[in-house]
Design a protein around this ligand. Sequence first.
Ligand code: SF4
Length: 269
Amino acid sequence: MSQDRNVRHILSLSGGKDSAALAIFMRDRIMNMEYVFCDTGKELPETYAYINKIEAYLGKPIIRLNPDYSFDHWLQVFGGFLPSPLARWCTRQLKLKPFEQHCDDDLVYSYIGIRAEEDRIGYISHKPNIRPVYPFKEDGITKKDVISILEESGLGLPEYYKWRSRSGCYFCFFQRKVEWIKLKHNHPDLFEQAKAYEKISNSNGKQFTWIERMPLSEIENREDDILKKHEDSLKNRVRKIPNRPLGQVFGAIDEEDDSYDPSCIICYL
Ligand code: SF4
């Protein structure tokens, strides 16, 4: 490796709680940190608002990285196949590529907010010049600490946490059925836009839906049932963790949600 190669420190914010807490945690530790946000153009309004809030708190610009081509362009390229857990072209094209382009060939230390108790590496760049750094793991920072960091800073949690457990695109296929319903309640326009992406052809039986074999219209029809099941499962979980501060209850509930998240680090942390 060339001796005169640029060395950079970059922290990628997703709009989620872990990367936000990491930004606060690192603010006075690495003075020349670059903060970036890979904007798919399909994020929730709450995410954009939270990024602005973090920027104000840090007192440093957060560089918005936009992909060369939009989601709609790539959807056409992929023949109308909506992204899915097994074909996650969205993360590569809209998040990872812009990040890698921004890093160029510099030696980049990429700061990632995986917590001490988490056993995962995540969906990260494998370019040899981009080296992941895990400060929370190194310092034993757990979910409880992350919530304390956010509370003590005054930044708090992103607003969408009131109804959804992850940042990322409004139509993200990783969201649970109840989160689709809550998307409809909180952002009916975005729910309709997500629905408009689905293609259900009766002639050849091909379906392009966000949830396998279940169009969003069916989610709407089953709304009462989905909400009831969710409320029942919440009651059961809260019953198991009585007399704890709200942050911990939230943490315990969120923990369970990790089961459906196959480590979309750049999207969710
Ligand atoms: S948030 Fe979901 S839909 Fe958006 S890029 Fe990440 S995996 Fe894809």
